[in-house]
Design a protein around this ligand. Structure first.
Ligand SMILES: C[S@@+](CC[C@H](N)C(=O)[O-])C[C@H]1O[C@@H](n2cnc3c(N)ncnc32)[C@H](O)[C@@H]1O
Length: 293
């Protein structure tokens, strides 16, 4: 990353003494000015503004300072200890929500819900559906409940460890399961994750190998007609694809596809039953991603 020129730091200082603290994260004076404006709107005194700017200098995420993040048309509350919703998740959730038939009373389950962003957006855009939102973290459970009540969106938050083999027995069947699981392998976490994420976002939300994908195949698949799981890399898509393709029973029953994000990264592995379901999933997922199986 190029160093910030001393002349840029001096120019920022001459505009506002707090502005240079924002330059390492924002990189340009115009971006820093925009961020300062947002911080000033949140704070009640100049002292508080300077404190927040100093936190940003130490890579503290802006969303934890502003306490919110836009997610589609919603503004979702964010708190330290719960993952900040990402644009990649927002992108596939918006696409999926708009494909689900608005007239149908769908049963939707969002696993690893965090702030509840995915569950809340699906329910907001498809109000006839019933949406359950599960997370094992007490902080996430509290935050998703708070988000649901402050946005006045009626979803059902549940505190549950989804890797527990008995967890699916506690819930009804669903039309579709969505999930953005922890998927950054331990081996790449230190090297490939930004300092801000490493220092301030919860590891429980980030670090994972294939356990959530195998858990889908071993337990949750029996509870649903379709699934949409976020991934961090293509190998996680192919893991699901190969395990379904290599199992004669699953292979007959399920279609599997991959979705790439606007940055051309593998972002979602999805699947749906070929037949005998309440919805024509073939039509819902047409053009959503590339079918592999
Ligand atoms: C990558 S975050 C996703 C949060 C949110 N869905 C989003 O997209 O911003 C993963 C979430 O999974 C939760 N989690 C981790 N292990 C879990 C488990 N065994 N059972 C249920 N939730 C779990 C974490 O607490 C975290 O909120």
């Amino acid at each position: 990353m190029p160093r910030i020129k001393p002349s840029t730091i001096w120019k920022a200082f001459s505009l506002n003494k707090a502005l240079p603290f924002l330059l390492p994260e924002c990189r340009s004076i115009s971006a820093a000015k925009q961020e300062l404006h947002w911080i000033e709107n949140e704070c009640t005194s100049h002292r508080q503004v300077v404190q927040c700017c100093k936190l940003r200098y130490r890579h503290y995420p802006l969303q934890y300072i502003l306490r919110s993040q836009p997610f589609g048309p919603l503004s979702v509350k964010c708190e330290r200890g719960v993952l900040i919703p990402r644009w990649e998740t927002e992108e596939w959730t918006m696409d999926l929500a708009q494909r689900l038939p608005a007239s149908q009373k769908l049963q939707i389950l969002d696993l690893c819900t965090g702030t509840g962003c995915v569950a809340l957006l699906l329910k907001h855009l498809r109000p006839k559906s019933t949406v359950h939102a599960i997370d094992c973290s007490p902080l996430a459970f509290k935050l998703v409940s708070l988000n649901a009540s402050s946005l006045n969106i009626d979803i059902q938050p549940v505190k549950l460890d989804i890797l527990d083999a008995h967890a699916p027995n506690e819930l009804p069947n669903f039309d579709i399961i969505t999930c953005n699981p922890p998927y950054i392998p331990k081996s790449t976490f230190v090297k490939e994750t930004s300092r801000s994420v490493k220092l301030f976002e919860p590891k429980l939300a980030l670090i994972g190998e294939t356990e959530f994908y195998s858990n889908l195949l071993d337990f949750w698949l029996q509870k649903t007609d379709a699934f949409v799981y976020e991934v961090g890399e293509l190998s996680q898509c192919t893991y699901i694809h190969h395990r379904i393709a290599q199992n004669a029973q699953l292979s007959d029953l399920w279609r599997v596809g991959f979705k790439f994000d606007s940055n051309r990264q593998a972002r979602v592995v999805f699947g749906y039953k070929r037949a005998h379901t309440t919805l024509n999933w073939e039509k819902v997922f047409e053009g959503f991603g590339e079918l592999k199986h």
